[in-house]
Design a protein around this ligand. Structure first.
Ligand SMILES: [Zn+2]
Length: 97
């Protein structure tokens, strides 16, 4: 689990929004056109994480629970969720390999 900067860009040919980890190999997934980058955002990458202790998850607020589950499912989470995920990991409720 780590914080990562995702680059945000737009295809110069068709206008498709593109997210990439590095500028070098970025191509539009739709038309293969060149991508122009305009910014970036920090996200949390959860590689192989799974919940080990459901009891600890169950005491979180329903909103937090949903965000954590969604993060695990998609493999990425907003930066705001990082402190909580880190806490769960430190407590052994979340196991990341
Ligand atoms: Zn395109």
């Amino acid at each position: 689990m780590k914080l990562l900067v995702i680059l945000l860009g737009k295809c110069r040919t068709c206008g498709e929004e593109v997210e990439a980890v590095s500028k070098g190999d970025a191509k539009c997934p739709k038309c293969g056109g060149p991508v122009e980058f305009y910014g970036g955002k920090e996200v949390v990458k959860l590689l192989d994480c799974e919940i080990r202790d459901w009891e600890r998850i169950a005491v979180l607020s329903p909103t937090a629970q949903q965000m954590v589950l969604q993060a695990l499912e998609s493999g990425t989470a907003p930066k705001e969720l990082y402190p909580l995920l880190l806490k769960l990991k430190d407590a052994g409720a979340l196991i990341c390999t």
